[in-house]
Design a protein. Sequence first.
Length: 331
Amino acid sequence: MDLVKLHMEPHTRAKHSILTRYLGGWFPIMSTFPKILYLDGYAGSGIYDDDSPGSPLIALRMARDHFLKSQISKGEKVFYFIERDKKTFSTLAHLIHEEFGPCNSDGLCDRLPSNFKVYLQNGDFNTELNEILNHSREKGTSIVPTLSFIDPFGYSLDLDILSKILSFKHCEVLFTFMSGFLSRFVFEEAHLQSIINTFNVDKGTIASIRSITNESAREDEFGKLLVDIMKKNLPADEELYWLSFEMIDNYNRPLYRLIFFTKSEKGMQVMKDAMFDIGGRGIYRFSDFYFNPSQASILDYSGDSQPWVAEAVEYLHSRMAYQDWKIEDFQ
């Protein structure tokens, strides 16, 4: 069959490395519970154009091949992959069948341990998960301890869904938050209503964000709105922890932030170590800029060795953008 393969970017590889490192700690730690769930909300095809595995295969291989197999063998491991696009979903189903064998209606696959269950759903993440969560609420039951990897690039996402996930015990979310695009699109009227609806804010709040000249500071404001949404279904006395890891494109522009939400101090420490390893030098940032040797740039302000440079760039942009300038003006 013709496989759907997404393009692998350096920042995508970095994101998957963070996920891999966290799963390496999450599976053995959470195996003390009788049942746990890894949920991939926008699962993709499972393969990239350089034949690197996507997040579903990363998760299954990590659990199957973990060096602490004696711990992983305890309790039921459920993997739930949701993908909306039919061709993409077909590729994912084919790859899972090819590597792990046929999976029956009970989720058992021929070439996976008997305590693993794999379910694939061709559908919309918002719709599918909302039904599951509402059903649990109506029945007065809880969902099992869950790690949700939500990577909705190119798709719309109901942020209230993430908040509902976090309202259950031992549930965590690793979420691709398109902060860079939001920071730029907030000035475009075509995207205004969509942003208002997503964050449930008024035009006054948007006007306040628009008045911020520093792009990173605008992203921070959207991040605060996101955290408020994540907290809204939690009891007032329940602590929510979060970490943010910034991804920069090969033009030195912010792309998105990989944000982790948990109520566990242990989970926070494991994710902190994972992000620290990938960021290097003690920073929570990865830049494609360093991975494109043909890229030419006057200034590289993605690092932290000269923090004043980013501020200077933002200042120059705010004073000089969208105007005509002559060479003589700089002499």
